[in-house]
Design a protein around this ligand. Structure first.
Ligand SMILES: Nc1ncnc2c1ncn2[C@@H]1O[C@H](COP(=O)(O)OP(=O)(O)OP(=O)(O)O)[C@@H](O)[C@H]1O
Ligand SMILES: [Mg+2]
Length: 249
Protein backbone atom coordinates (compact mmCIF):
# COMPACT_ATOMS: atom_id res chain seq x y z
CA UNK A 1 0.00 0.00 0.00
CA UNK A 2 1.29 3.48 -0.80
CA UNK A 3 2.40 5.60 2.14
CA UNK A 4 -0.22 8.35 1.68
CA UNK A 5 -2.97 5.73 1.48
CA UNK A 6 -1.63 3.95 4.57
CA UNK A 7 -1.71 7.28 6.42
CA UNK A 8 -5.30 7.94 5.40
CA UNK A 9 -6.52 4.49 6.41
CA UNK A 10 -4.53 4.23 9.63
CA UNK A 11 -6.76 4.80 12.64
CA UNK A 12 -5.31 5.91 15.95
CA UNK A 13 -5.20 3.41 18.80
CA UNK A 14 -5.92 6.25 21.23
CA UNK A 15 -7.36 9.61 20.30
CA UNK A 16 -7.99 12.25 22.93
CA UNK A 17 -9.91 15.26 21.65
CA UNK A 18 -10.43 18.59 23.40
CA UNK A 19 -10.39 16.90 26.81
CA UNK A 20 -11.41 19.03 29.78
CA UNK A 21 -11.42 17.48 33.26
CA UNK A 22 -11.91 18.59 36.87
CA UNK A 23 -10.66 16.97 40.07
CA UNK A 24 -13.23 15.88 42.69
CA UNK A 25 -12.71 19.08 44.70
CA UNK A 26 -13.56 21.19 41.67
CA UNK A 27 -10.12 22.16 40.35
CA UNK A 28 -10.08 22.42 36.57
CA UNK A 29 -6.93 20.50 35.61
CA UNK A 30 -7.20 19.51 31.94
CA UNK A 31 -8.11 22.41 29.68
CA UNK A 32 -8.44 21.04 26.16
CA UNK A 33 -5.96 18.19 25.65
CA UNK A 34 -5.50 16.72 22.17
CA UNK A 35 -3.35 13.60 21.86
CA UNK A 36 -3.08 10.77 19.35
CA UNK A 37 -1.18 7.51 19.78
CA UNK A 38 -0.90 4.81 17.13
CA UNK A 39 -0.24 1.11 17.61
CA UNK A 40 3.41 0.51 18.43
CA UNK A 41 4.21 4.19 18.99
CA UNK A 42 6.24 5.45 21.94
CA UNK A 43 5.21 8.95 23.04
CA UNK A 44 6.85 11.01 25.78
CA UNK A 45 4.90 13.50 27.87
CA UNK A 46 6.89 16.14 29.74
CA UNK A 47 5.71 19.11 31.77
CA UNK A 48 6.19 20.95 35.06
CA UNK A 49 4.92 19.62 38.41
CA UNK A 50 1.18 19.98 38.74
CA UNK A 51 0.49 20.69 35.04
CA UNK A 52 -1.89 17.70 34.74
CA UNK A 53 0.16 14.77 33.38
CA UNK A 54 -0.96 12.23 36.00
CA UNK A 55 -4.49 13.59 35.79
CA UNK A 56 -4.50 12.86 32.05
CA UNK A 57 -3.23 9.32 32.77
CA UNK A 58 -5.97 8.80 35.37
CA UNK A 59 -8.70 10.20 33.16
CA UNK A 60 -7.67 7.99 30.22
CA UNK A 61 -7.78 4.96 32.51
CA UNK A 62 -11.19 5.93 33.92
CA UNK A 63 -10.48 7.09 37.48
CA UNK A 64 -13.82 8.29 38.85
CA UNK A 65 -12.11 10.90 41.05
CA UNK A 66 -12.02 13.09 37.96
CA UNK A 67 -14.98 14.49 36.05
CA UNK A 68 -14.73 14.82 32.29
CA UNK A 69 -16.39 18.14 31.47
CA UNK A 70 -15.86 18.06 27.75
CA UNK A 71 -14.09 16.11 25.05
CA UNK A 72 -13.72 12.55 23.85
CA UNK A 73 -11.43 9.62 24.57
CA UNK A 74 -11.49 7.15 21.70
CA UNK A 75 -9.71 3.80 21.98
CA UNK A 76 -9.72 1.28 19.15
CA UNK A 77 -12.39 3.42 17.43
CA UNK A 78 -14.75 3.26 20.43
CA UNK A 79 -15.59 6.28 22.57
CA UNK A 80 -14.70 5.04 26.06
CA UNK A 81 -15.76 8.05 28.17
CA UNK A 82 -18.47 6.02 29.88
CA UNK A 83 -16.41 2.83 30.33
CA UNK A 84 -15.45 1.72 33.88
CA UNK A 85 -11.72 1.37 34.70
CA UNK A 86 -12.16 -2.44 34.63
CA UNK A 87 -13.63 -2.33 31.14
CA UNK A 88 -10.79 -0.08 29.96
CA UNK A 89 -8.25 -2.57 31.32
CA UNK A 90 -10.11 -5.37 29.50
CA UNK A 91 -9.85 -3.58 26.16
CA UNK A 92 -6.15 -2.90 26.68
CA UNK A 93 -5.54 0.35 28.56
CA UNK A 94 -3.03 -0.05 31.40
CA UNK A 95 -1.37 2.42 33.75
CA UNK A 96 1.60 2.11 36.07
CA UNK A 97 0.83 4.55 38.89
CA UNK A 98 3.12 7.29 40.12
CA UNK A 99 1.94 6.54 43.67
CA UNK A 100 0.52 2.99 43.73
CA UNK A 101 -1.61 2.03 46.74
CA UNK A 102 -0.77 -0.89 49.04
CA UNK A 103 -3.07 -3.92 49.35
CA UNK A 104 -2.73 -5.14 52.92
CA UNK A 105 -3.21 -8.88 53.33
CA UNK A 106 -2.86 -9.70 49.63
CA UNK A 107 0.42 -11.35 48.60
CA UNK A 108 1.71 -10.10 45.26
CA UNK A 109 1.83 -13.67 43.89
CA UNK A 110 -1.90 -14.13 44.60
CA UNK A 111 -2.79 -10.72 43.16
CA UNK A 112 -0.88 -11.46 39.95
CA UNK A 113 -2.83 -14.72 39.53
CA UNK A 114 -6.16 -12.91 40.09
CA UNK A 115 -5.53 -10.16 37.54
CA UNK A 116 -3.81 -12.27 34.90
CA UNK A 117 -5.49 -12.25 31.48
CA UNK A 118 -3.23 -14.98 30.20
CA UNK A 119 -4.61 -18.52 29.74
CA UNK A 120 -1.35 -20.28 30.29
CA UNK A 121 0.16 -18.33 33.12
CA UNK A 122 3.01 -20.55 34.11
CA UNK A 123 5.90 -18.53 32.76
CA UNK A 124 8.46 -17.27 35.21
CA UNK A 125 8.99 -13.52 35.40
CA UNK A 126 12.55 -12.35 35.27
CA UNK A 127 11.84 -9.38 37.53
CA UNK A 128 10.69 -9.01 41.12
CA UNK A 129 10.61 -12.67 42.18
CA UNK A 130 11.80 -11.63 45.66
CA UNK A 131 8.60 -9.58 46.09
CA UNK A 132 6.13 -12.37 45.27
CA UNK A 133 5.55 -13.53 48.86
CA UNK A 134 5.06 -9.96 50.18
CA UNK A 135 1.78 -8.03 50.39
CA UNK A 136 1.21 -5.81 47.34
CA UNK A 137 3.23 -2.58 47.71
CA UNK A 138 3.15 -2.74 51.53
CA UNK A 139 6.32 -1.13 52.88
CA UNK A 140 8.01 -1.56 49.49
CA UNK A 141 10.80 0.87 48.66
CA UNK A 142 10.10 3.41 45.90
CA UNK A 143 11.89 1.27 43.33
CA UNK A 144 10.22 -1.97 44.48
CA UNK A 145 6.80 -0.37 43.94
CA UNK A 146 7.74 0.36 40.34
CA UNK A 147 8.88 -3.23 39.81
CA UNK A 148 5.60 -4.50 41.29
CA UNK A 149 3.62 -2.14 39.02
CA UNK A 150 5.35 -3.51 35.94
CA UNK A 151 4.87 -7.12 37.08
CA UNK A 152 1.14 -6.42 37.31
CA UNK A 153 1.00 -4.71 33.91
CA UNK A 154 2.64 -7.68 32.21
CA UNK A 155 -0.29 -9.83 33.37
CA UNK A 156 -2.82 -7.45 31.81
CA UNK A 157 -1.73 -7.91 28.20
CA UNK A 158 -2.12 -4.18 27.39
CA UNK A 159 -2.39 -2.52 23.98
CA UNK A 160 -1.58 0.88 25.45
CA UNK A 161 0.66 1.27 28.47
CA UNK A 162 0.90 4.57 30.33
CA UNK A 163 4.05 4.79 32.45
CA UNK A 164 3.59 7.53 35.04
CA UNK A 165 7.11 8.34 36.21
CA UNK A 166 8.21 4.72 36.17
CA UNK A 167 11.79 6.00 36.29
CA UNK A 168 11.48 8.06 39.49
CA UNK A 169 12.84 6.08 42.40
CA UNK A 170 14.53 3.44 40.26
CA UNK A 171 18.29 3.05 40.32
CA UNK A 172 19.93 2.88 36.90
CA UNK A 173 20.40 -0.90 37.04
CA UNK A 174 16.73 -1.54 37.77
CA UNK A 175 15.62 1.10 35.27
CA UNK A 176 17.61 -0.69 32.54
CA UNK A 177 16.18 -4.02 33.64
CA UNK A 178 12.59 -2.76 33.59
CA UNK A 179 13.02 -0.99 30.25
CA UNK A 180 14.60 -4.19 28.88
CA UNK A 181 11.48 -6.08 29.97
CA UNK A 182 9.19 -3.40 28.47
CA UNK A 183 11.04 -3.63 25.14
CA UNK A 184 11.02 -7.43 25.07
CA UNK A 185 7.47 -8.01 26.28
CA UNK A 186 5.63 -4.94 25.00
CA UNK A 187 7.43 -2.72 22.45
CA UNK A 188 8.37 -5.72 20.29
CA UNK A 189 4.68 -6.72 20.29
CA UNK A 190 3.63 -3.27 19.04
CA UNK A 191 2.14 -2.16 22.35
CA UNK A 192 1.88 1.66 22.38
CA UNK A 193 3.59 3.43 25.28
CA UNK A 194 2.96 6.85 26.79
CA UNK A 195 5.93 7.78 28.99
CA UNK A 196 5.33 10.50 31.56
CA UNK A 197 8.67 11.67 32.92
CA UNK A 198 10.87 14.55 34.04
CA UNK A 199 14.11 12.98 32.93
CA UNK A 200 15.91 12.04 29.74
CA UNK A 201 17.21 8.76 31.19
CA UNK A 202 14.16 6.67 30.33
CA UNK A 203 13.85 8.45 26.97
CA UNK A 204 17.46 7.57 26.07
CA UNK A 205 16.52 3.94 26.69
CA UNK A 206 13.06 3.90 25.07
CA UNK A 207 13.62 6.43 22.24
CA UNK A 208 10.19 8.06 21.81
CA UNK A 209 8.75 8.63 18.33
CA UNK A 210 7.18 11.87 19.52
CA UNK A 211 7.54 14.12 22.56
CA UNK A 212 4.80 16.41 23.88
CA UNK A 213 4.92 19.09 26.56
CA UNK A 214 1.97 19.83 28.81
CA UNK A 215 1.68 23.21 30.48
CA UNK A 216 -1.24 24.15 32.71
CA UNK A 217 -3.55 21.43 31.39
CA UNK A 218 -2.84 21.87 27.69
CA UNK A 219 -0.40 20.20 25.33
CA UNK A 220 1.72 22.67 23.40
CA UNK A 221 4.82 21.16 21.84
CA UNK A 222 4.91 18.03 19.68
CA UNK A 223 8.39 17.16 18.48
CA UNK A 224 10.12 14.12 17.05
CA UNK A 225 13.36 15.13 18.79
CA UNK A 226 13.15 14.61 22.56
CA UNK A 227 16.73 15.77 23.04
CA UNK A 228 15.98 19.19 21.52
CA UNK A 229 12.88 19.54 23.68
CA UNK A 230 14.81 18.65 26.85
CA UNK A 231 17.59 21.09 25.93
CA UNK A 232 15.06 23.86 25.30
CA UNK A 233 13.36 23.24 28.64
CA UNK A 234 16.73 23.15 30.36
CA UNK A 235 17.89 26.41 28.79
CA UNK A 236 14.70 28.51 28.59
CA UNK A 237 12.17 26.77 30.85
CA UNK A 238 8.79 25.24 29.99
CA UNK A 239 7.25 28.58 28.97
CA UNK A 240 9.28 28.50 25.75
CA UNK A 241 7.36 25.36 24.77
CA UNK A 242 4.18 27.44 24.53
CA UNK A 243 5.65 28.83 21.31
CA UNK A 244 7.02 25.46 20.27
CA UNK A 245 10.03 25.96 18.02
CA UNK A 246 10.05 22.29 16.99
CA UNK A 247 6.42 21.59 16.10
CA UNK A 248 6.60 18.06 14.66
CA UNK A 249 10.17 18.67 13.47
N1 LIG B 1 -8.01 14.62 43.36
C1 LIG B 1 -7.48 15.85 43.39
N2 LIG B 1 -7.89 16.78 44.25
C2 LIG B 1 -7.37 18.02 44.26
N3 LIG B 1 -6.42 18.44 43.42
C3 LIG B 1 -5.97 17.54 42.55
C4 LIG B 1 -6.47 16.21 42.47
N4 LIG B 1 -5.82 15.56 41.49
C5 LIG B 1 -4.96 16.46 40.99
N5 LIG B 1 -5.06 17.65 41.62
C6 LIG B 1 -4.28 18.85 41.35
O1 LIG B 1 -4.24 19.00 39.95
C7 LIG B 1 -2.96 19.48 39.54
C8 LIG B 1 -2.39 18.51 38.53
O2 LIG B 1 -1.95 17.34 39.21
P1 LIG B 1 -1.20 16.14 38.49
O3 LIG B 1 -0.98 15.11 39.52
O4 LIG B 1 -1.96 15.76 37.29
O5 LIG B 1 0.17 16.85 38.06
P2 LIG B 1 1.45 16.25 37.33
O6 LIG B 1 1.63 17.02 36.06
O7 LIG B 1 1.33 14.77 37.23
O8 LIG B 1 2.61 16.68 38.34
P3 LIG B 1 3.96 15.89 38.80
O9 LIG B 1 4.97 16.14 37.72
O10 LIG B 1 4.32 16.59 40.07
O11 LIG B 1 3.63 14.45 39.01
C9 LIG B 1 -2.14 19.64 40.81
O12 LIG B 1 -2.21 20.99 41.24
C10 LIG B 1 -2.83 18.71 41.80
O13 LIG B 1 -2.67 19.14 43.13
MG1 LIG C 1 2.31 13.22 38.16
Amino acid sequence: MQNWLKKMTKSNLLKVTNLHATSHDGKKVLKGVDLEINKGEVIALLGPNGCGKSTLAHVISGNSKYKVDNGKITFKRKVVNSFTPEKRVKIGIALTHQHPPALKGVPLSVFLKIISKKDNDKEEMNIGSELLHREVNLDYSGGEKKISELMQILKLDPKLLILDELDSGLDIKNLKKLVGTIKKELVSKKVAILIITHSGRILDLLKPDMTCVMIDGEIYCKSKDYKKVLKTIDKYGYEKCKRCPFLAS
